[in-house]
Design a protein around this ligand. Structure first.
Ligand code: NIG
Ligand code: FE
Length: 390
């Protein structure tokens, strides 16, 4: 194994308050970080960096943990440009658009799904994402859901079974029959390929009772829950997520005070997905309200062809700062440590000794530039598991 020191870092974000400036970001100025193999082994002031085999001079730029995108839907085929176009001419977004992608995904070959996924992953990596979660949900048959999970599992450990995205078209007149499939034969075929189970708890998708039955069945098979909750309207999703100790309640756009209280008291992370509100021209989730209540907040892309066709975490950080009441520090924490918390991981999302060496080098002196310079490709280097990949 060889060691590498990245020195002359103007701002190093460690996400460890015991290091650096004691803020949640644990910022160290004029810093260095040392990688040995796939791990971080040292962080501190650049002038005190230990001797290493290799040195990289950061040239006064910023280094932060690689982004942890804890919510995406990347196994799909087809495109929904027309739907987006119609929406930007005034048509509302609805869960039903998912059916368009289901038809295209079922018709695609394994090779086409794989090629699409790897294209999006390369795109995300160039923008600093070193860990991503992704879901099934555009197959909605036993074979197509299991296939989506197999394709995803070849690229990430964070794979989510979302057979309950919407009721499959074949079961339009028999939603109970579809729930039985999702909790029975489909779950049996999918559980070996997934870590998580998710359900779209929303009008037009699955109600609270159906969602509870689906998540409970998944738990019994060893899958851990996460929930698409309170995206398009108020509903039971968030409180169900907390009740079932879901790792994350995702979207959280329409929240009552009781929903916020439940999140503040439980250990479920609120994952906010501003790309979805941007691309559906919807009202923003109120990150400030959640943070002030003490809720742990993650920020992710929700990358999917319908409601949020962006793989860019920096774009989401900029939106969260500009429109959701987050400070730049909070948004960067949520896109790194917050994403890790939403995946119940402690080995990523921070740059402290023992953590996985996933780092992003920005072409800027600080992480604040992610919001200050929106839309600019600032990521100039990425290391994943200690290997420079960008
Ligand atoms: O997270 N809300 C449910 N699922 C996706 C949208 C999927 C689609 O429109 O294709 C989301 O926004
Ligand atoms: Fe989603």
């Amino acid at each position: 194994m060889s060691s590498t020191a990245i020195t002359n870092i103007a701002t190093l974000v460690t996400n460890d308050p015991s290091l650096g400036d004691t803020s949640p970001l644990g910022k160290v100025r004029d810093a260095a970080v040392v990688i040995d193999g796939d791990r971080i082994v040292w962080t501190g002031e650049s002038s005190k960096a230990p001797a290493t085999d290799n040195r990289v001079d950061a040239g006064g730029r910023a280094v932060l943990p690689g982004f942890v995108d804890s919510h995406s839907h990347l196994v799909f085929a087809g495109d929904r440009t027309e739907e987006f176009n119609a929406r930007m001419s005034g048509r509302p977004y609805s869960a039903g658009g998912i059916r368009t992608t289901v038809a295209a995904t079922r018709a695609a070959t394994d090779g086409e799904l794989e090629a699409n996924l790897t294209r999006f992953l390369a795109e995300a990596l160039r923008q600093g994402t070193t860990t991503f979660e992704t879901k099934s949900g555009y197959g909605l048959t036993v074979q197509d859901e299991a296939r989506a999970l197999r394709v995803a599992a070849a690229h990430t450990d964070e794979v989510t079974y979302l057979g309950a995205h919407i009721v499959a078209p074949e079961y339009a007149e028999d939603p109970a029959g579809y729930v039985a499939l999702v909790t029975g034969e489909m779950l049996d075929a999918c559980a070996p390929h997934a870590r998580w189970i998710d359900v779209f708890c929303e009008k037009g998708a699955f109600d609270g009772d159906q969602a509870r039955a689906i998540l409970t069945a998944g738990k019994a098979k060893g899958l851990h829950p996460r929930v698409h909750a309170n995206q398009l309207s108020y509903g039971p999703g968030v409180q169900l997520a907390v009740e079932l100790d879901a790792a994350s309640a995702d979207h959280c756009t329409h929240l009552t005070d009781a929903d916020v209280d439940a999140l503040a008291q439980g250990s479920t992370v609120a994952t906010l997905l501003p790309g979805a509100e941007f691309s559906t021209r919807a009202e923003w989730p109120d990150a400030r309200r959640l943070l002030d209540a003490g809720v742990t907040v993650a920020l992710s892309t929700d990358c999917n062809p319908g409601s949020s066709f962006t793989s860019s975490v920096p774009f989401c950080v900029a939106l969260a700062v500009r429109d959701m009441g987050m400070t730049p520090d909070e948004a960067v924490w949520s896109a790194t440590a917050g994403g890790a918390a939403a995946l119940r991981r402690t080995d990523i999302g921070r740059l402290t000794p023992g953590a996985r060496a996933d780092l992003t080098l920005l072409d800027a002196p600080s992480h604040v530039h992610l919001a200050y310079r929106p839309g600019v490709p600032l990521v100039s280097g990425v290391w994943r598991s200690g290997v420079r990949v960008v």
